[in-house]
Design a protein around this ligand. Structure first.
Ligand code: HEM
Length: 333
């Protein structure tokens, strides 16, 4: 920590010396992006998370049940154009599609009144940290020690014991089969949001996209026969025959539900209301496309949908923009 004395001149007050404390620290959002690069390597031109993926497009149609919960124009019943991106979790653009990481579904909805709604959803109902401060140490204890080429098992164990909620997503993914298709797995927003309707009534919710094709997982035998890259071609073939369709539903929070911890799922007994349908009928034929230069900022919300006070949700835009800035400034490998 350095102490600097800065001279400042205030109009009418003459000159004075202002003591300023400068912390030689990296901003939290930058540290989060650096920690992703530490774990996955610096992958030029790629997203630092959800690095492997492909663009798709289609439309979203909201319904009357959505209108009773939110005044957002997205529920007015018209077709809303959508740019989508499917991804494999993590910051490695060459990750295997057979890995037990999350799959991602990111969406940009362009509303008729000019508003934009961004989402970045994952194929697990919970996120891996309950607080943004856990993000960096969560990744660091999984990063290989240069001396051994492996993560330090004792540090990992100590972190898991001190932060047991950060093991819930991994346990969920270990139990779930590897998805057979980007279009045959459910995606959750994990963070809570507030829907506000035309009467100014408020309801906290969590959303979910459920595939009309059903959830289809791969068996161990099927995994052995598949290459590391199959999801993109599977989606192209599937959508050439018929659109990939997802039901969009919201789970309604009860007063007792935790709104600020994305590792805690709400009880299954909570009411779930179908409020729209996502139809994806185009898939990029090669790498690149309309989704590439977008960062899906989960606080880009239309009127009628508000963020909850979940600190993990509120922390997301800053690292996303840093990752966007870095990847746009780099030439892809
Ligand atoms: C503190 C918490 C989080 C941090 C630091 C973080 C960081 C990041 C970063 C840096 C990116 C790359 C953005 C880009 O280059 O455009 C990203 C992408 C992504 N994140 Fe997060 N994230 C957090 C929380 C979450 C949560 C809670 C979810 C979902 C429940 C999520 C889902 C995704 C998905 C699906 C992508 C890929 C989006 C795409 O295809 O462009 N993240 N995240």
């Amino acid at each position: 920590m350095k102490k600097l004395m800065l001279a400042a001149t205030a109009a009418g007050l003459g000159s004075f010396m202002l003591p300023v404390t400068v912390h030689a620290q990296v901003a939290p959002a930058e540290a989060q992006v650096n920690a992703l690069e530490g774990l996955f390597g610096k992958q030029a031109g790629s997203r630092r998370s959800g690095a492997k993926g492909l663009c798709a497009s289609g439309h979203f149609v909201g319904n009357a049940a959505g209108r009773t919960l939110s005044s957002a124009a997205v529920f007015n019943g018209d077709r809303v154009p959508v740019v989508a991106r499917f991804s494999v979790g993590g910051g490695n653009p060459k990750a295997s599609d057979k890995g037990k990481s999350v799959r991602g579904l990111a969406l940009q909805l362009s509303l008729p009144n000019g508003e934009t709604w961004h989402m970045a959803n994952i194929s697990a109902p919970m996120f891996f940290v309950s607080k943004p401060e856990q993000f960096v140490p969560f990744l660091q204890v999984r990063t290989a020690d240069p001396a051994t080429g492996k993560p330090d098992a004792d540090k990992l164990k100590a972190f898991n014991e001190a932060n047991p909620e950060t093991t819930l997503q991994g346990a969920y993914l270990a139990r779930a089969p590897v998805p057979a298709s980007y279009a045959a797995v459910s995606y959750w927003g994990a963070n809570a949001f507030e829907f506000v309707n035309a009467k100014n009534e408020s309801q906290f919710i969590r959303w979910q996209f459920v595939p009309e094709a059903g959830s289809v997982g791969l068996t161990e035998e099927q995994l052995k026969t598949l290459p590391d890259d199959f999801l993109a071609d599977e989606l192209r073939k599937r959508v050439a025959a018929a659109p990939a369709v997802f039901d969009f539903s919201v789970q309604l929070a009860d007063k007792s539900d935790q709104l600020t911890d994305p590792t805690k799922v709400w009880p299954d007994s909570r009411k779930v209301v179908s409020v729209g349908k996502l139809v994806l009928d185009q898939v990029a034929t090669a790498a690149g496309g309309a989704c590439d230069n977008i960062t899906f900022n989960p606080l880009a919300l239309p009127k009628g949908i508000k963020p909850s006070a979940d600190p993990v949700l509120l922390a997301r835009p800053a690292p996303y923009v840093i990752s966007l800035g870095r990847r746009l400034a780099e030439a892809p490998k």
